[in-house]
Design a protein around this ligand. Structure first.
Ligand code: GLN
Length: 303
């Protein structure tokens, strides 16, 4: 299989795609990103990495960061984490507050905003935000084997200024006794984790611990890897998780910056980036590109 030429074909198709979706505009730093950007990277377990398009341009990973905090949280708290957050798809947009009241402040899963706030809050307890963010960055840098991965402070600041909705989620959980830190502290930490910037190459490399296979970095136990992949498949694309599973057949986690991390267990870790989003807040061309990649390679967890 000639992966490089598959990626070249996909990048060429995406460069010509007329409907690129809509770039997130809730903060100026994301609104100003060029909608024409497209990058894709496939990292094999042993660290060989093939790329096409803008795969060396850093973008805001946003909600893809939720995968890394979940890995840290499971390592630190184990199954105790599940007292604070569920493991079911929500069927609602990523920033919805609707179920929180009906379900007594316990978010449906760790990948919607409320759930990610609960996860970040859980690992923040007893630590300074700076300390935790340092640990998170080291985790990402170690799994990517690349120290040149940073947080964009301007993005984090802007998220804080436009953070009413996330603050509302945090306050709501606090009212239900499901927050250990002040909402400002938990949200501030969460905004910083979302503001991590990575290139497609770095993100694909960083995801190898979830792909496993010979030569992949061992960051967490194989059982936890399987479980995070299960959650990515069922919840990683919010209310479009079913559609992503149907079209791509692999676990994936999207971010509102237009990035998606996709795992082909035992085979590869894939990162794709195109800033235009579909109506569910997932990268429009990113989804199409990994659908094409799955078709061309035959990679699927469904046989
Ligand atoms: N920082 C974004 C938010 O909290 C992340 C959401 C996302 O990427 N879907 O709204």
């Amino acid at each position: 299989m000639d992966l490089q030429s598959i990626l070249n074909d996909i990048a060429a198709e995406m460069a010509a795609a007329p409907d690129r979706g809509k770039v997130a505009d809730y903060i100026p730093e994301l609104a100003s990103v060029d909608a024409k950007r497209f990058g894709i990277a496939v990292a094999l377990p042993d660290g060989r990495c093939m790329t096409a398009g803008d795969a060396e341009v850093a973008f805001s990973i946003q909600s893809v960061s939720k995968v890394f905090t979940l890995a840290l949280a499971l390592g630190r708290l184990g199954d105790q984490l599940w007292a604070r957050v569920g493991r079911e798809p929500s069927g609602l947009p990523f920033n919805s507050i609707l179920q929180l009241e009906q379900e007594n402040g316990i978010p449906r899963n760790p990948f919607i905003n409320a759930g990610a706030l609960a996860v970040t809050d859980a690992i923040l307890a007893g630590h300074q935000p700076k300390e935790l963010l340092g640990e998170l960055l080291r985790f990402v840098q170690t799994s990517a084997e690349d120290a040149d991965i940073h947080i964009n402070e301007a993005v984090a600041q802007s998220e804080t200024e436009h953070g009413d909705r996330n603050m509302a989620l945090a306050h709501f959980m606090a009212a239900h006794g499901n927050l250990s830190n002040r909402p400002e502290l938990t949200c501030g930490t969460y905004f910083h984790q979302c503001a991590i910037e990575m290139t497609c190459r770095q993100l694909a490399m960083a995801g190898r611990f979830l792909a496993g296979g010979h030569g992949a970095p061992h960051m967490i136990s194989p059982q936890r890897v399987r479980r995070i992949n299960a959650l990515m498949l069922t919840c990683g694309h919010y209310d479009a998780s079913g559609d992503f599973a149907y079209r791509v057949g692999l676990p994936g986690k999207s971010g509102v910056g237009g990035g998606i991390l996709v795992i082909a267990p035992g085979r590869a870790s894939i990162a794709v980036w195109s800033p235009g989003l579909n109506r569910h807040g997932n990268s429009q061309l990113g989804t199409l590109a990994v659908e094409r990649l799955a078709q061309a390679t035959g990679w699927s967890i469904f046989g």
